[in-house]
Each structure stands twice: as structure tokens, then as C-alpha cells.
Design a protein around this ligand. Structure first.
Ligand code: 13P
Ligand code: SF4
Length: 306
């Protein structure tokens, strides 16, 4: 493993490439990332880097977002077909049908969507800024929140804004139900539970009021232990986040609530295909300019408001 990591680092330097990795990437892949982050953090870095090549260790919609933000960079994804059940759950046609019914409506889409969906969206959001952005939307107009039903319900409860919610889901987080969360809270009475808002339990108002439940994006989950008085944390999100959590906080105890339920799409990226991607400069993700000009609008609005 050390040999391939060395070669990846050499190629990175030679090609002036930057490796961006999501916290759900394989732990060994996280090690070679120049920047490890959540969807919002990675979008920001993609817009600010002066590297010639952005190698994205995540899923396709993330690489596509990087290409929309940084059209002059070569954006690579090491493996083809790294999809996302959420991104697949919505199409531009679905949004346009809603828009025909509500011509003055506002469409808010999670960043986990294709470029075509972003092109017909008014505001993009990530789990880190959805609350802040929805609170700032003009009053008195219909709102459609897409595509995650659990995040949508959570935002609706937390902001009190009336919204239509698309019924998409992340297959990883949707199994984190109220029953599962209650079971862990009971079993670990001295632990705080950190939960990602894509989880099914986040649509349960009562649970959200529990004093030991903290809802947050991946970055908030990463930061929370540094400001909490608890020493043990129940991690209600993708279990490979534990790689970074245990690295950051070696003295604290982390218990994953879905230890075996990983995002299979995120795991498609391996050290071997990262190496090949750098060597052969494959596989390029390029959003056509006409589509990009439309898809950048809701992303720019998001970056301005967050
Ligand atoms: P964030 O990176 O916004 O926390 O979203 C998690 C996720 O499911 C990414 O695919
Ligand atoms: Fe998509 Fe869920 Fe995987 Fe994130 S964790 S890439 S939302 S399937």
C-alpha cells in the first residue's frame, strides 16, 4: 500500500493535480486526499484550487458539480458508474411538471442531483447549509424541496416553512429509523447521538427534541466532539466517517449505529483506480457549456447565501 501511495503522490505533483475526497471514501483513499470534506466543503475547494487537474474521490454528481464550478479544470473520477440513489431519484422533467403547476414556485435541490436537475433548480443546498438557505427564501411562494424526503421533512420541521417534498432517499441513511436511534440511546445512556439529516429518524419531531440528539451535516458531525462534554458518541451516518473521527479524537469513543451499511458507490474508488486515473488522466467529467451556464446559477446562489 505504501508503494502505491508514494506513486500517487508523485503523479499528483508531476501533473499539478489535487485529490478531493469525501468522508465516505474508503479509509485508505482518505489518506491520499489533499482535502477531505463534505459536499459543501468539497464544492468550495473545487472553486478555489489552482491545480490543473481535480481528481474526485466521491460519486459522479460531486465530480459534475466540480466541473460546473471550475470549467477550466480537468475534472477526473477514477471509476465510471459511481452513482447515488438520491441523485437517481429525480429528473429535470419531474421538476418541470411541478413548475408548470406552480409558475411562481421556488425549487430547492440538494447538491446530490445531476447537472440537468440543477439547471431547472432555483437554489442548491447541501446538508450543511439547507436550514440557513430555506430560512432566507422569499415568503408567500410555493416551495419544492428535492430530492431527499428525510432532509426535506427535517428542514420543514426546523424552519416551519411549508414545502412540497420530493420522495427520494439515500439508501444508506434511510435505514436509520426512529426505532434504531431509540434503541441506541437506551443502550448507551451516557452517549450523545450525532445524526445526518438524510436519516429517516430526522423526520420525527419528538426525536429531534431529545437532549442527546444532535442533527448535522458530515462536517458538523466531525466538529461536534470538540465542543461537546460527552466522551462517547453514537454515529448515525455512513460508518467510514469513523476513520476521520477516530483520527481527530483518539481519546473519545465512537459507536456506529449502522456498522456494516456502507455507501457502495463511494467504495468503488480504490487506490489502484486513483493511480490509473492520474496516470492516464481518466475518466474526465465535463458538463457541456450550455448546460453548465444554467446549472451554475443555483450553485452560485448557494455559495453566496451560505
Ligand atoms: P454531506 O456531505 O453534505 O454531509 O452529504 C452526505 C452525503 O450523503 C454525500 O453523498
Ligand atoms: Fe448518495 Fe447516500 Fe451514497 Fe451519499 S451516501 S452518495 S447520498 S447513496
Amino acid at each position: 500500500m505504501e508503494a502505491i501511495i508514494k506513486e500517487i503522490n508523485r503523479l499528483k505533483k508531476e501533473k499539478n493535480a489535487i485529490i478531493l475526497g469525501h468522508y465516505y471514501a474508503r479509509p485508505e483513499v482518505q489518506r491520499v486526499a489533499d482535502y477531505l470534506g463534505d459536499s459543501l466543503g468539497l464544492s468550495r475547494v473545487a472553486g478555489e484550487t489552482d491545480a490543473d487537474i481535480i481528481l474526485f474521490c466521491g460519486v459522479e454528481f460531486m465530480a459534475e458539480t466540480a466541473s460546473i464550478i471550475s470549467p477550466d479544470k480537468k475534472v477526473l473520477i477514477p471509476v465510471k458508474g459511481a452513482g447515488c440513489t438520491l441523485a437517481q431519484s429525480i429528473t429535470a422533467a419531474g421538476i418541470l411538471t411541478w413548475k408548470r403547476k406552480y409558475p411562481d414556485g421556488i425549487v430547492v435541490s440538494y447538491v446530490n442531483t445531476t447537472a440537468e436537475v440543477k439547471a431547472v433548480t432555483d437554489y442548491c443546498v447541501t446538508s450543511a447549509n439547507a436550514l440557513k438557505i430555506v430560512k432566507q427564501l422569499p415568503e408567500g411562494r410555493p416551495i419544492l424541496f428535492t430530492p431527499d424526503k428525510n432532509l426535506g421533512e427535517y428542514i420543514k420541521i426546523a424552519t416551519g416553512r411549508e414545502m412540497d417534498i420530493w420522495q427520494g432517499e439515500c439508501y444508506v441513511h434511510d435505514v436509520i429509523t426512529t426505532e434504531l436511534v431509540e434503541h441506541f440511546l437506551e443502550k448507551y445512556p451516557d452517549a450523545e447521538l450525532l445524526i445526518h439529516p438524510e436519516s429517516a429518524a430526522c423526520s420525527n419531531r419528538q426525536l429531534l427534541e431529545h437532549p442527546r440528539v444532535i442533527v448535522g451535516s458530515t462536517t458538523k458531525i466531525m466538529n461536534r466532539p470538540s465542543e461537546s462534554s460527552y466522551k462517547q458518541f453514537l454515529i448515525a451516518t455512513e460508518p467510514d466517517t469513523l476513520a476521520e473521527l477516530t483520527r481527530l479524537y483518539p481519546d473519545l469513543d465512537f459507536v456506529p449505529v449502522i456498522p456494516e451499511h456502507r455507501c457502495e458507490y463511494m467504495k468503488l474508488t480504490t487506490l489502484e483506480n486513483i493511480h490509473d486515473a492520474l496516470l492516464h488522466e481518466q475518466y474526465e467529467v465535463k458538463v457541456p457549456e450550455e448546460l453548465r451556464e444554467k446549472a451554475i446559477v443555483p450553485i452560485d446562489r448557494m455559495l453566496e447565501l451560505s
